[in-house]
Design a protein around this ligand. Sequence first.
Ligand code: CAA
Length: 416
Amino acid sequence: MKKRVGIEALAVAVPRRYVDIEDLARARGVDPAKFTAGLGAKEMAVNDPGEDSVSLAATAAARLIQQQGVDTSKLGMLVVGTETGVDHSKPIASHVHGLLKLPRAMRTFDSQHACYGGTAGLMAAVEWIASGAGAGRSALVVCTDIARYGLKTAGEPTQGGGAVALLVSETPDLLAVDVGLNGVSTADVYDFWRPVGRREALVDGHYSITCYLDAMAGAYRGWRERALEQGLVRWDSKLPSEQLARILYHVPFCKMARKAHAQVRLCDLEDSGNGPATPEARDEAAKSQPSYDAQVAKSLGLNARVGNVYTASLYLALAGQLHAEGAALAGQRIGLLSYGSGSCAEFFSGIVGEKAAERMARADLDTVLAKRERVSVEEYERLMNLPYDAPEAIAPEPGTFRLAEIHEFRRKYAGA
Ligand code: CAA
């Protein structure tokens, strides 16, 4: 029998402050409806220099181990997916490994390809276990990022930050991945990038949306071809994409998930052979509100309150989806679409586990979000203007890590 492999449990860490998106809109002289209805945002996580990609990753991983009672002696791999690394050489994974006092006999590395780096790490872990090379050991995959475009830029309302830690094993209580069913699509494009030495990302915003949709169409069609071959979906009265209980997307801002879902449907409608006859009618059918409501809307609860988390954003959608409907989805197949600028997209699928609701209850996501403090736009701007290498001396909350200082280019962390 083929091994069952996938995500056993997850944990989320977010910065301790957020700004209300309507406050930000008003401060920028923008109609708040543009940020709420137009982009789908409600709140945006705001980090200070003490909450960097390392401290968020270590906090999420420590929380996962503590909440789920993970036996760390059974871990054989630690991968950190990030596009906001803190050193050109020393990986975030080595910091996390040290802060959590994990076993020496582990493979540790960072994985980078913009927002796709976390999925690349997840697939490395899944395939390591599925191949048998893991010899029964589990892997920790941590997606961590701080999305930063800068004050008064077009990307400003699509910032955010946080980390999602995933335990990957042969006991996939959250999601048993359909190993080998992945569809991928790569293109060499300049849609979003962050040159060495810059804190803020550069982005060609509208072009980046086109690149995302183009790449995901290729990735979805690749997945669908394999799923059709294996009889997991069919050309039927229901479109192949409608045969997935839910579809989760990379969420740079929530409205993007709606656009992505319409694109997946358009692929099916164009390829079905008996769909609407004209391009206009196909576009209309692709934008189906009932389909979006049934298959996508419930996954966005956390993303709307945290903002973009780059590598972690798809896994924040997974957390939001299983937090909302873990019990109802048990035993059902869902689809997941990861996109990283530059670019690479991957569509994959999996079956939600019977214990998903129980595992998600332990992740205690309501408390994680409720503990945050709402700050004014003035305070958000003050935090954004702080130098990255001089963190304020704030005691870490119990169970969390903070960057304490950078001395001779060496980072020191406190907490947990
Ligand atoms: N009421 C309601 N809706 C309104 C409105 C109002 N008063 N005013 C505008 N809108 C709507 C617009 O119609 C538009 O909706 P549609 O896209 O459905 O037409 C939406 O609000 C946004 O308006 P604009 O396109 O005019 O906004 P903008 O030009 O200021 O920028 C953006 C939007 C390009 C997303 C920008 O925020 C940005 O550059 N963000 C960063 C890049 C990004 O997130 N790219 C996503 C793909 S790349 C990726 O996914 C990787 C990654 O993580 C970065």
